[in-house]
Design a protein around this ligand. Structure first.
Ligand code: ADP
Length: 757
């Protein structure tokens, strides 16, 4: 082992050396003794015995000076019998010897194997005092002194190591109490600088996702270190991480690990690094660097750092667990909050079946927890997106939102988030709505101004789904800097939307059910009224005939004839009403089936007109047709349509007159049938409703019907793929145009069936 001299000696070693020197003097029976050890190119006094200042007066000598220097450099004992005759002697020594009367001098080297590590010197007031026996005796002492020095140094080193370990233990003991990771890393970095007495420390943590070391705390480097990322094998830290073992680098500036940015920005010249391993897994690396000329690192420094790293990683793991637990607690708390809110929302949404109240409730619920403004949009049956209800956290914004809504002009623009969410059936999260975006969608300066004033910062639009259909969307907005929606808000919004969609759908179904009940009640009263009229007539004639039979015992032929006519009219009217009721029920249930056949429409129309002419004398029915017009249609159903149109034409022309039916084929695949009367016509404002069920455009007596004829006719025509249009001729009356595809223009007689949708 190497023995070091000088200042590194502790008090215990100095004491040992003094004792050895003194014992040697006693043994040889001399008055003065001293011990010097080599320190570089100097000899340093470590022990002296004799009168104060008489021996080894100078603390340091150069190796080429004096008798001691001669012993040290030659490695051989030197005896001086007459100091006056000795030319190599140090003048200070000569003066002191004279003063204290020393006459003889003996010096032997101290050896650590071959190397001279010091000189043991004896001085005597007797002339020619030293002989070979003294030399041997003293050399034996020198050997002992060497062993003592070694032992003492071992002890001191061990002592120093323990002191350092104790220091590590002390500084790391309270690390474990720090649960904030950032603060902890900062402390680790500071403690490491103190412990190793270096200017620069860097603590890196291993980032699993990017497979790099990320600097998390450091001392002695600028902010630039924060941007450094090291892969396995890169730089000292990357090398340490890859080897999972400590590295000591003496000359970093020429080492293969050197990172250009570190070379450029720091003066690091010696570096040590230790991995931060927890249960064998890499958690990070800690490195210490010394600037050029500052110091180098020993194996012992590395051991200290390694020990420190073990403690540090435990504290890091502890803080991480703590943070994870805090996070989990916070998440659980948030989840509880969300669950409570959703339960509340479900309860609140169940309170009303009123459609508009439900929409308003949904908007209010969103505003109560997660939005400054919420608007519920509803997808109508004809595919339009309409605004259902809006709620505001700040009621003073209501007028602004209303002003904004004007720009939707009843519907939303196809590119909007609302339209996108409904079309794609996916939620849309606009984490940050930029002013650039506002400028892009603004329709004019005023629009932009309103949007800027409202200052919506972030938005979420979630579609509403019910029974597999998209029924609308929920749009939420927050304003104000720093308030941005994130994935957690999105999932909460989706949960709320799920419940809202159900509630809205229930309210809508309830509204439809109520409407259906209303329609059914209306229908029952109309049907009862309509059936009652012919029944009354039948009953009247039956009673008349019965009383006649009773009174006269026979029936009057005239009366019987009139009664039978009335029975026939009444029964056929009832039969028509019952057929219409059946058709309605078939249409509702999708059970109206077409039985298509190639049919000569001219013949069909002429037959109907002839039959109907027999029912009226005031009207003249004229059929105009250009020969045979055939189409693939259901003849019975088409007969129903034509009969209804003619029946209406007769019914609503109380003054009589000409009714024309024109049949034409404007193109090979289209036939057109136009029924024209000169009756009372249809008031323009009512025209749009005449195809609705139970709708009657005229009050009073003309209305012998249930408002079902046109409804059924239109369904039949549309089932054929055609259309029916009412027209208002300028010279009065009504005109209905029916257009039908010819179906199979080749005139094949194949028949087919279709159902009502
Ligand atoms: P209804 O069985 O009551 O006639 P429709 O469905 O056939 O029912 O007709 C609906 C309503 O349309 C009628 O009640 C009537 O007011 C109006 N309407 C139908 N055809 C004519 C017509 N040719 N002239 C005037 N009004 C008509």
């Amino acid at each position: 082992m190497a023995i070091k001299a000088g200042s590194q000696f502790g008090p215990r070693l100095r004491e040992t050396l003094s004792r050895i020197t003194e014992e040697a003097a006693h043994l040889l029976g001399v008055e003065g003794a001293g011990l010097r050890l080599v320190d570089g190119d100097e000899l340093v006094r470590v022990a002296a015995y004799g009168p104060e200042g008489a021996v080894m007066a100078r603390e340091r000598l150069r190796l080429d000076e004096s008798l001691s220097g001669q012993v040290a450099t030659t490695g051989r004992p030197v005896i001086v019998d007459d100091p006056d005759a000795e030319p190599g002697q140090d003048p200070v020594y000569r003066a002191m010897a004279k003063l204290h009367g020393f006459r003889s001098w003996l010096g032997v080297p101290l050896r650590d194997q071959e190397r001279v590590i010091g000189v043991l010197v004896m001085q005597s007031r007797t002339e020619q005092r030293f002989g070979p026996t003294d030399v041997r005796l003293l050399e034996a002492f020198a050997g002992q002194a060497t062993v003592a020095i070694e032992n003492a140094q071992l002890y001191e080193r061990e002592h120093e190591r323990r002191r350092q370990l104790e220091a590590v233990r002390e500084v790391t003991a309270w690390l474990a109490s720090e649960t904030d990771l950032a603060t902890l890393l900062e402390r680790i970095s500071r403690l490491a600088t103190e412990l190793l007495g270096v200017g620069s420390i860097a603590v890196y943590l291993w980032d699993e996702a990017s497979a790099t070391l990320v600097p998390r705390a450091w001392h002695g480097f600028g902010d630039w270190l924060g941007d450094v990322r090291l892969k396995l094998g890169e730089g000292v830290a990357g090398t340490v991480a890859q080897r999972r073992a400590g590295v000591v680098v003496d000359d970093y500036r020429t080492a293969p690990y050197a990172q250009p940015i570190v070379l450029e920005r720091s003066t690091a010249s010696a570096v040590i690094g230790e991995p931060l391993l927890y249960e064998g897994e890499l958690r990070g690396v800690i490195t210490a660097s010394a600037a050029i000329g500052e110091r180098t690192f020993t194996e012992q420094d590395r051991q200290v750092l390694a020990l420190f790293a073990v403690q540090a990683v435990i504290a890091i793991e502890h803080a991480r667990l703590h943070e994870a637990r805090d996070r989990a607690l916070a998440e659980a708390e948030a989840a509880r909050g969300r669950a409570a809110f959703l339960a509340e929302a479900s309860a609140a949404l169940a309170t009303s079946l009123d459609y508009d109240a439900t929409l308003a409730q949904v908007a209010r619920l969103a505003v109560s927890t997660m939005a400054d403004v919420c608007t519920v949009f509803v997808l109508t049956e004809d595919g339009e997106i309409r605004r259902g209800a809006t709620a505001h956290r700040d009621p003073t914004q209501a007028s602004l939102t209303e002003a904004l809504a004007r720009y939707w002009s009843g519907s939303v623009s196809p590119g909007s988030s609302v339209a996108t969410a409904i079309r794609t059936r996916q939620p849309v999260l606009n984490a940050v709505i930029s002013d650039h975006h506002r400028e892009k969608i603004a329709q004019d300066a005023e629009h932009l101004k309103i949007m800027r004033t409202l200052g919506y910062r972030s938005s979420i639009v979630v579609p509403l789904h019910a029974r597999g259909e998209t029924t609308g969307a929920l749009a939420m907005f927050v304003s104000g800097a720093g308030r941005e929606y994130g994935p957690a808000d999105l999932s909460l919004a989706e949960e709320l939307a799920g419940r809202a969609a159900l509630a809205v759908d229930n309210a809508r179904l309830y509204r439809e059910a109520r409407r259906a009940i209303q329609v059914r009640d209306e229908f029952l009263s109309v049907a009862a009224h309509e059936l009652k009229t012919p029944v009354t007539t039948l009953l009247g004639f039956a009673q008349l005939l019965l009383s006649q039979l009773k009174q006269k015992g026979a029936l009057d032929d005239r009366i019987v004839g009139r009664a039978l006519q009335a029975v026939e009219r009444g029964a056929s009217r009832m039969s028509r009403l019952v057929s219409q009721i059946l058709d309605i029920s078939r249409l509702e249930g999708g059970r109206l089936v077409l039985d298509r056949q190639v049919t000569d429409l001219a013949e069909l129309v002429q037959g109907i007109a002839d039959a109907m002419q027999t029912t009226t004398t005031r009207h003249t029915l004229v059929v105009r047709t250009s020969g045979r017009v055939s189409a693939l249609v259901d003849p019975l159903r088409l007969e129903q349509v034509v009969t209804n149109l003619l029946d209406n034409a007769i019914k609503f022309s109380p003054q009589g007159g000409e009714i024309t039916v024109e049949l034409a084929q404007p193109s090979p695949d289209l036939v057109r049938l136009v029924v024209r009367d000169h009756g009372i016509g249809i008031p323009p404002e009512r025209r749009q409703h005449i195809f609705e069920r139970f709708y009657q455009a005229h009050d009073g007596d003309h209305a012998s019907g249930m408002g079902l004829g046109l409804y059924i006719s239109r369904q039949i025509v549309e089932l054929h793929g055609g259309s029916i249009t009412p027209e208002c001729p300028l010279d009065g009356g009504s005109q209905f145009s029916v257009e039908l595809p010819t179906g199979r223009p080749d005139g094949a007689t194949e028949s087919g069936t279709e159902r009502a949708p």
